[in-house]
Design a protein around this ligand. Structure first.
Ligand code: 6GU
Length: 383
């Protein structure tokens, strides 16, 4: 693979000589060619930018130096031109793998407010073009992004890695984050390696690793997991601030039955204001489910010490009795963070239907634990 870099800061690419990419170059697997874009300017100041048409802040990179560079480098159908820009498509392992199949990558590194759009249009007429972003934040220029893309791509080239297995096992290869890893010594500064990893029981080790990969992914990157879905396919998704109004309506509707069953109006869910709901949404991990655009179910959880405190399981009155509450309860347990060692919830002391559902789900009544007036606590250990 041949890689070219068009930049006004060629020094940024010194690291290509180092470490693994450097080794790949020395081994003949890749060729790096770094080009100072100013080489293709002709004025005394070697100008590469100018003010934007239409006005506005900042400077735009001029088209001519890029055009001349493409000509000089013979950019044609065998090349993929990569524009690194915060407005590009998100870079991920799948894209790295795709780029690793190309024979030539040409990185055009933007600085200032971006590159004149006609450069991208022109590049499309002579090569494949990808506009790529590292993520939702802004760097000063595309150079660091081009280096990151390079490292992710080059290490996937056949013959690059000594150990092909570590390519398969690493984070993202199977859609999960990697499990925690340990090496010697078995005990260090009061922290022990989990016993199962030293047991020699390969099946238990594999199960532990999978379990922890899933937990990490749930906690840090729930977007990587297939969403929990109801029988009809509606996904359970994280609540957004705009859901507050519908949550308020739903909880007022849902807790009337509780009030009647427990013969008390003294239930916070019935009295909260829109601002109260907005406030607790910032403190609780809240999930909602919609059916035909209507918010019909919700649940929330938050950590209290090592207990995952579950609450506000609500199902629209017309949809109760169909198992939706049970699915929401399963979901909120599944998304509990790694530190959670138990689940905790409370319900009205006279809410018999709730008691039945929670008992079926493995919760036990805990009359020994303090509960709000007229309510009873239930707990369940996490496996
Ligand atoms: Cl590719 N370029 C710049 N300038 N900022 C970024 C980026 C790229 N990716 C994330 N932020």
């Amino acid at each position: 693979m041949r890689l070219d870099y068009l930049t006004i800061f060629p020094d940024y690419f010194a690291p290509l000589e180092l470490s693994l990419p450097g080794k790949a170059a020395a081994g003949g697997l890749v060729e790096f060619h770094v080009h100072d874009l100013r080489k293709w300017t002709h004025d005394r100041h070697r100008t590469v930018d100018d003010t934007p048409y239409g006005g506005g802040a900042g400077m735009v990179m001029k088209p001519e130096p890029f055009g001349e560079a493409f000509d000089a480098l013979g950019i044609g159908a065998d090349a993929t031109v990569v524009f690194t820009t915060p407005s590009g498509e998100p870079f991920d392992q799948r894209l790295a793998a795709e780029l690793s199949t190309r024979s030539r990558l040409v990185f055009a590194c933007g600085r200032y407010e971006g590159i004149d759009q006609r450069v991208i249009e022109h590049a499309r007429e002579r090569a494949e073009v990808r506009e790529i972003s590292l993520g939702d934040y802004v760097l000063n220029g595309g150079e660091v992004a081009a280096l990151a893309v390079t490292e992710a791509v080059v290490r996937l080239l056949p013959g690059f890695m000594g150990n092909a297995e570590s390519l398969v096992e690493e984070s993202h290869a199977d859609g999960l984050l990697e499990y925690p890893v340990y090496t010697k010594p078995p005990s260090w500064r009061g922290h022990d390696v989990p016993d199962v990893l030293r047991s020699g029981d390969h099946a238990r080790v594999a199960a532990w690793r999978h379990d922890h990969a899933v937990r990490r992914t749930v906690e840090r990157r729930p977007d990587l997991l297939a969403p929990s879905v109801l029988d009809d396919g509606s996904p359970i998704v994280r609540a957004v601030p705009a859901d507050a109004g519908e949550l308020l309506t739903l909880q007022r509707a849902c807790w009337v039955a509780e009030a009647l069953e427990n013969d008390s109006l003294d239930i916070p869910a019935l009295h909260e204001t829109l601002d109260d709901v907005r406030a607790w949404m910032t403190e609780w991990d809240t999930w909602v489910v919609r059916r035909a655009d209507r918010l019909v179910g919700a649940v929330r959880g938050r950590l209290e010490g090592n207990a995952w405190d579950i609450g506000r399981i609500m199902v629209a009155p017309d949809l109760q009795g169909q198992g939706l509450g049970r699915v929401l309860l399963e979901h909120i347990q599944a998304v509990a963070p790694e530190q959670a060692t138990s689940y905790l919830l409370f319900t009205g002391a006279a809410s018999v239907r709730n008691h039945r559902m929670y008992k079926k789900a493995g919760f036990r009544m805990r009359p020994d634990l303090p509960a709000p007036a007229g309510a009873v606590m239930l707990t369940k250990g996490r496996r």
